[in-house]
Design a protein around this ligand. Structure first.
Ligand code: SF4
Length: 364
């Protein structure tokens, strides 16, 4: 009887999806409890094909993490440390520029996220952006999560709007999607009580979008949240997208627990990761792009996820530190040719993009 009810709920969801009708929270819960991943994959792929045909996007980028010293010390984070820890570091402005200049040929993007440093003033971050822009005027700077911007506002006594405007004037052209973690207030209070609240994260992003900066959105799953929390998270992101239209990509991020305070939790399986990609695609009907972040799910699952609704496989990255601190077994960078091969093997057309999804080159 229960099976028959579930089957009819899934048929109803399929009808809605095929007729471009929005899925409800209850639909999301049905999907997240469904173990028929081929059903989920087929449905999500259908939407992906409608939105971005057989294109799969990637870019040539570099990650820079200015400091790993962080006052927040979130329970799920293996990257951060205290000021007096032996592995603590903070780049000078010159070091950040030197790192950026070592980037791959044809790089179009610098992705900059860092810890919440207890002493560095907001001016330091502005100086870094200005110096990078001076040396690399044509590179898109995607920098500072909503959590960092909220923190800059608190340490500078400027409003978040003022902070964003100053960063924009200095050379920041979009925001990454990190720091969203999971929006459930109780869970957030347990795993990251010292960082921006859900409301603060959403307010910063709303303000950035209104000031003309695009951003991404993420969700960290597979720690102490419930399946319902994941669906609620997707719906909150969807609501903000309805309001501003400023999100470009959604990136579901599976939790890696090594070296964290939650190290007893096993990382999500490949099936769970594929499911989250598919469900993100199905619930987020107002997002053009769903990203399979190969660093966190591994290149093989990222490749498979192209059949589960993903249309973006991230970039070359060049030097990833955050997930590797938490035990990621993937490489810290990937060659562009490798990304192209992964996409072509799935029968898709690799599209090298810039940060704003303008086509740099098609590899047909
Ligand atoms: S996740 Fe970000 S805010 Fe939290 S401890 Fe790590 S670096 Fe700091």
């Amino acid at each position: 009887m229960q099976e028959a009810t579930e089957e009819s709920a899934l048929i109803n969801i399929r009808e809605k999806v095929l007729h471009d009708k929005r899925l409800t929270k209850e639909d999301g819960i049905t999907l997240i409890n469904c173990n028929n991943i081929l059903f989920l994959g087929n449905l999500a792929r259908n939407i992906k094909n409608k939105k971005t045909t057989d294109y799969v996007y990637f870019n040539v980028n570099r990650h820079i993490n200015l400091t790993n010293i962080c006052i927040s010390r979130c329970k799920f984070c293996a990257f951060s440390c205290n000021k007096d820890d032996s592995d603590a570091y903070t780049m000078t402005v010159d070091e950040a520029v030197k790192t950026a200049l070592e980037s791959p040929k044809n790089m179009t993007e610098l992705h900059i996220v860092s810890g919440l440093h207890p002493d560095k003033p907001f001016d330091y971050y502005v100086s870094v952006v200005k110096a990078l822009k001076k040396e690399l005027p044509n590179i898109h700077i995607k920098a500072f999560t909503a959590v960092e911007i909220d923190y800059f506002s608190k340490i500078s006594s400027l409003s978040t709007k003022e902070v964003i405007q100053i960063l924009k004037d200095a050379g920041v052209s979009s925001l990454p999607g990190g720091g969203a973690e999971i929006f459930n207030t109780e869970v957030r209070g347990k795993v990251c009580p010292r960082k921006a609240t859900t409301k603060e994260w959403l307010d910063v992003v709303r303000t950035a979008h209104k000031l003309g900066l695009k951003s991404n959105a993420t969700m960290l799953y597979g720690h102490i949240e419930t399946l319902e929390d994941r669906i609620d998270h997707l719906i909150k992101v969807r609501e903000l997208q309805d309001e501003t239209g400023g999100f470009q990509t959604f990136i579901p991020l599976p939790f890696h627990s090594d070296n964290t305070e939650l190290s007893y939790i096993k990382k999500p399986t490949a099936v769970e990761n594929l499911k989250m990609i598919a469900i993100s695609r199905l619930m987020l009907d107002n997002f053009d792009h769903i990203k399979a972040y190969w660093i966190m799910i591994g290149p093989k699952v990222a490749q498979l996820s192209l059949d589960f609704g993903a249309d973006d496989i991230d970039g070359t990255i060049t030097e990833e530190k955050i997930t590797h601190a938490a035990g990621a077994q993937t490489d810290k960078f990937i060659e562009k040719n490798e990304l192209i091969k992964m996409i072509k093997e799935m029968g898709r057309v690799p599209v090298e993009r810039d940060t704003l999804y303008n086509v740099v080159r098609l590899y047909e």
